[in-house]
Design a binder for this molecule. Sequence first.
Ligand code: GLN
Length: 489
Amino acid sequence: MDIINRDALAIAELIRKREISAVAVTTAFLERIRDVETTVNAYINVACDEAVRRAERIDGMLAEGRDPGPFAGVPIAVKDLLSTRGFTTTCGSRMLENFVPVYDATVVERVDGAGMVMLGKANMDEFAMGSSTENSYFGPTRNPWDPDTVPGGSSGGSAAAVSAGEAPWALGSDTGGSIRQPASLCGIVGMKPTYGLVSRYGLVAFASSLDQVGPMARTVPDCAALLGVIAGNDPMDSTSIPVEKVDYTGSLDGEVRGLKVGVVKEISSRGIDEGVLERFQAAVSNLEGLGMEVEEITLPSFEYALSAYYVIAPAEASSNLARFDGVRYGFRASAEGEDIWEMYDRTRSMGFGNEVKRRIMLGTYALSAGYYDAYYAQAQKVRTLIVRDFERAYRTCDVLVSPTSPSVAFRLGEKVDDPLTMYLSDMCTIPVNLAGIPAISLPCGLSDGMPVGFQVMGPALGEATVLNVAYALEGAIGFDERPPLSTSK
Ligand code: GLN
């Protein structure tokens, strides 16, 4: 059975019916990982023994007629900034190379409670700062569609693992596009939920007012199912929204006739590559074919979103990352004959990579007494304008759409020394984070053999509608290409 090419819901069903054992599924994925990891490098640490032991327990429970959960035995990759009790959590950083948490993130607890088997921790840009996964201390991840290109970032390991058949689905995190942009570049589906819908407890903080955990999978129904597992109130996260559980899978009926779609002009024309625009426009025609009413909409504040994000996110990061000082967590530079200040200095100089240092400096500057009003306060005002622009748009539109990324996957090394160009690859995804609303990226075709992503955005807590539109569009597009990755490389 070609298990590694099945979607997660199909695998769950096969295990439930006892047509295949959880151990056989886990072993098949571990073998695939062994075959392709030298090329892809999607994982920082693979949980080989732990995964097999867990799958054995699940099989045991099934044999005894006990219920190990709705997704019993379905493997999952977990981005390496989610705390896993007893298993290394590095955040892609030298600083946490050997850090073993003493508790599980709430989302990790929830996927565990649903019976899933964690295959390992997925590679990422250091502390989730980046758009290419080249900022990982553990080496870049490569795009399974073309190993000379990047998988996007910062959840590039999660996206590449799903795309290459090294996991049927994965958890990522999205602060400025880190789920959607890699999903787009790797030809998979990825969703950033409404801020506060999914618990951040045990997610190592980058920019706390923007960070959200979300699902990455090969299909929209898989994404909906995984969101259903991880969403929901958590008293351990003070920003968690107290909402009732929603059955996202149950609301996928593909009935979208009459819904109003706004094509956001500011992020769907200027600065977008031609090949991406072509695929995007074809998908917009698909929406019309499904009976949706499409109109162009302009949201003027979006022009300033990128600049505002690159003040707010580094400001929050500079504060969040102050805790990595060589005393409480992870790496410490040897301190013989030095005072504590020198120890802090050397630890942070050696423990953090260049992009993280750049963000800490940017953020510290933006927050400093003399510049606070000029940068941080201004950026917060822009944020308010973006929230208002979205609110206005949702008075007339049910969903908004745009390309997910202005280009297909770029070559490794192409942008890594040019931070501004790298930051521009987030232009379509960032407004969503600043407003805290949900958005999904799904594949809408290929341009020069590389996947193009289509973004559907909805109002706060509008996940069910966003997923349903994506589901209808997925059916209309019929994208079923898989990366040509060979196992021999
Ligand atoms: N690429 C963006 C950044 O570097 C977004 C990262 C993210 O969403 N974690 O900040």
